[in-house]
Design a protein around this ligand. Structure first.
Ligand SMILES: [Zn+2]
Ligand SMILES: [Zn+2]
Length: 236
């Protein structure tokens, strides 16, 4: 896969990156619809968030920003700023993926707290919080600067340490699934074993829905660790 990507011309790379991000977009919406349908019961938010034309256009712009970050990552690899491994053992891949999740969990928590500083909030993050409730594309309704900022944080980690390509792919999949789970408007994990085992550790659906209702708490993405440590956790 790596050989295929680095062997592409710039046009092929841009097109590949756009197609890849369209696929991510489709997987996220498909997962949202599947989880939303399979769970009977009450919606978390009182008001339904309509999908507007304006939001749809912005979500496509964000998709293109994500594609641009991917192209930048490949460019940095080609110029020797990013090094990656291939063929690592399952243990190494598991540890690296965990490292990426924990590293990004911290960086995104800090980035998210900064995004809530009034000047940055009104400049960029407010756009995401225009969704008081959530819908199938809320994950992609971000100010373009914010989407690029998240991407650059990931690139920063890749510049610091040579991760295996499989760990990188696995992390991106986890990130997509977790981002989608946080933006479902039904508590899909309520009263499940998964919720009982992980509710004191992981950010589940209700956690991020509460952040959309009350922007002064629950800034985390994957784990509750940083919210608990910095006393911004509001229990669900
Ligand atoms: Zn959100
Ligand atoms: Zn926020």
């Amino acid at each position: 896969m790596l050989d295929l990507v680095i062997g592409m011309s710039i046009t092929q790379l841009v097109l590949f990156s756009i197609v890849l991000n369209i696929l991510f977009y489709g997987v996220s919406i498909g997962l949202y619809l599947t989880l939303n349908r399979c769970k009977k019961g009450e919606y978390i938010q009182e008001i339904k968030q309509e999908i507007t034309r304006r939001d749809l256009i912005l979500s496509f712009v964000v998709l293109l920003c994500n594609a641009g970050v991917f192209v930048l990552g490949v460019g940095l690899y080609n110029y020797g700023y990013i090094h990656v491994l291939e063929g690592s053992s399952i243990t190494v891949i598991a540890l690296q993926t965990l490292g990426l999740v924990i590293g990004m969990d911290f960086l995104m928590y800090v980035f998210h707290r900064l995004a809530h500083i009034p000047i940055f909030y009104s400049l960029a993050h407010l756009r995401h919080h225009e969704h008081n409730s959530v819908n199938a594309i809320s994950l992609f309704v971000l100010h373009p600067l914010e989407a690029i900022g998240f991407g650059l944080l990931f690139i920063l980690l890749l510049c610091i340490y040579p991760f295996d390509t499989f760990s990188i792919g696995l992390y991106l999949l986890i990130n997509l699934i977790w981002g989608t789970i946080g933006h479902i408007d039904k508590d899909v994990f309520k009263n499940t074993y998964f919720e009982r085992w992980t509710r004191d550790i992981l950010c589940l659906t209700l956690f991020h829905n509460i952040h959309h209702q009350d922007p002064n708490c629950n800034y985390g993405f994957y784990t509750l660790l940083w919210d608990k440590l910095f006393k911004t956790y509001r229990k669900v």
